[in-house]
Ligand binder design. Structure first.
Ligand SMILES: [Zn+2]
Length: 249
């Protein structure tokens, strides 16, 4: 039996999260290190050794800490989309959708989720026993929202969100930014009569007042309250995305 793998989050920059996976041993993996220093300090405090760095996409606030982490732990594997090798140049293990990885004695699956960027990928830590699956989805699915369409189409984002929604309602969603309150304030304006959104917004505002992260969410919560996940087709998603891009709440 493996000890349960724990996921922790480290808040960095103004609203980024770096995620740390660690189990019973001294090994750890991180997802989307925007910066190195707080991550190094966090791991050293706990006596953890970095074995792998996973990237969801090439934006600097997801890969910027990798050179510094590699200085401290030169043997760490750097996992990223093989198709994005030019923009994530330090990768030692290129992956694509459908690939399976073994990390810290656990299995992860790679899912292609283009839309925010053309080679964006997500990682699913497969559950064991009573645990829920853990999803690391970068800037594709946010709690109450989705990523901006910098390089992809509404059709791609719709399909990506559908792939993630299909992971099962108990799947925990670790998205890379604390955008939840703004997303839900926007959604509550769009659908003022939606009590599920209103209730979630109130709960999230309470968490934020207490200085707590609103992450992780779950696929079940997103299916109930995320207007992008609930979009019926690409035209509806395009309309929502355009409206949200211009919203200044
Ligand atoms: Zn991004």
């Amino acid at each position: 039996m493996h000890a349960a793998t724990t996921v922790s989050l480290i808040p960095v920059l103004s609203d980024n999260y770096v995620f740390v996976l660690h189990g019973g041993g001294s090994g750890a993996a991180v997802v989307d290190p925007a910066v190195a220093e707080p991550v190094i300090a966090w791991l050293e405090e706990r006596g953890l050794e970095l074995e792998a760095i996973l990237h969801t996409h090439h934006h600097n606030d997801h890969i910027g800490g990798t050179p510094g982490l590699l200085q401290r732990w030169p043997q760490a594997a750097v996992i990223a989309s093989a198709a994005d090798r030019e923009r994530i140049p330090l990768q030692t293990q290129g992956v694509q959708g459908g690939d399976r990885l073994t990390l810290l004695g656990r299995h992860l699956r790679v899912v292609e989720v283009p839309g925010h960027t053309r080679h964006h990928i997500a990682y699913v830590l497969e559950p064991q026993a009573e645990e829920a699956a853990e999803l690391f989805c970068g800037d594709t699915l946010f709690a109450g929202g989705c990523g901006r369409l910098f390089e992809g189409t509404p059709e791609q984002m719709l399909s990506s969100l559908q792939s993630l929604s299909a992971l099962g309602t108990s799947t925990r969603v670790w998205c890379a930014h604390e955008y939840t309150e703004g997303n839900l304030r926007w959604a509550a304006e769009r659908e003022p009569g939606n009590s599920a959104i209103a209730e979630r917004l109130a709960a999230v505002q309470q968490q934020r007042r207490e200085g707590q992260p609103t992450i992780p969410s779950s696929i079940g919560v997103e299916l109930a309250t995320n207007l992008f996940v609930r979009a019926q087709d690409a035209a509806a998603l395009r309309q929502l995305r355009g409206h949200k891009d211009l919203w200044r709440g």
